[in-house]
Write a protein of this length. Sequence first.
Length: 550
Amino acid sequence: MRSAEQLISIAVGRSKLADISPVDHARWGHGLFKMFDVDLPVGHFRGFPPAWRFAVLDLSQVGKRTTPAEFNAAARDVIISSRREDAMSARPLVLISDDDSWRLGDEFTIPGKPVLCLDAADLPVGGEVNVPAQVAPLVLSFRRILHSVGATTPIWASPYQPFLPVNGWRFFGRKQELRLLVETDGNYVIVGARRSGKSSLMQEAARLLKANGETVYDVDVQECTTSDEVVARLLARLSPRDMVNAGRRAELLHESVFAQVLKRMTAQGRRPILMLDEIGNVIRQLPQEDWRFLGLLRKYGQEHRLRFMISCFQEVFLRQAQDFSGPLVNFATPMPLGLFSDAEVEEFLLGPLEIWQNLENTKRHQLFRMTLSVVGRHPLMLQVFGRALMEQAALTDEGPDFLDAAQRLLRRDLVPTFRSVIDEVFQRIPSAAIMYLFASRCLEASAKGDELLKVEITEEWVERALLAAGYESTFAGRRNLLEGLQVHGLTAPTDFDPLRQSIASPVVWLYLLKTVGSPERFLTNLAKDMRREHEAWGLEPIQAESGSGR
């Protein structure tokens, strides 16, 4: 009879599991199952949930008098209890039986739910235990469930979570930025375009810092509009009692509530870390006299009594940098968060997919080049693309064909796949001028047959494009427009030169080609709308007799 530990090793295809720990199962009132929490090696199971709970049927406790009804009741009890307990730890459950007379799969497999079953027939006898993740019994069982019901990958098992911050096994890329946040003691302002992964970086840094024993207060303030709301969020993060007591002391000592909170946080010896996510919303709406709470942060940070990390939309930070009296000037070390590099795109997309299909070199290269040339480098676009790939790939017993799925997706289903993300990234841009410049450059490149990812938008080209639209421009205005393209994730600096931008999201233009009807008419309408904002960019309309542009 194989031990529970041996069965778990066979199930995950690894002979040695460092992170396996028994769970006290006495609370369930029966001894039919032995419970274990298992953490899979993330590197081997890249893109697959790493934290699992295994319930292994203890055959030594199953007697002749054990009825099928009792057995089923015990299994259901394990499922219900584990699901209730794991509302916070989010460990999916695996039931294992090594006796064909007690089969679990037919009764307890629930498509879409975090419960898998492995019976004796699923667990090979003898042979090599260490196998690739794609053919581990655990992964094969999950794949069979999806194939049998035609289901898509459930949320709990998918590495791709568009529109939501991610951390842990779902976090990819940003290694250099993460190292600075976790391994150094500096204060940082994380600056990036919308949906570029600022919140995910903050959450992953907080997770690693807490694992290292650091005291971290992470507070999401993106919905706040006043400094009082920021303080209230911070106090609520500590405890309601702290909120009341800090308020009373502030009245007595004529000090701000926020100052009292900082005193409390920094009086405990070890320097705490304060994380404020998306504070740019607050800064943008606050009058100058209400910036005092940032001054307190600066003071405590300079005195090395507090370490802080804040995130800010790129356009807010750029605006502050141009205002020498702005609250973020010399506030902390800026950490620009650009779009993904080639290596990060490869890790982000191909890493998680390889657990389902062992991509040979030619197909791997084709899928990578297709992703770059069509989808681009924007993290949100890649999240959407990765999720769609996993949903469309035929999860047969032989494994999916992601290259074929990608080709079908980008040729036939591009519009429904990317509609929501392009609405978020492009259609809601408040500037017709930025939309016009991006679309105009893409149309020009497409007419020449140029690959969009290699196309540049330079300061000189912007000047010519604006003249064609009927506007004279200033150098400052053209520079701001280039920054605007970058801010919205449409372009990325070439060789770190902000006056030379390369197209970073080709899929936006490919989507427009399929949806706007006439690209020329689309550009004409954008050029007309630019009249409403020309002063903001320092543009001067050219008189009609000098040429009306498009």
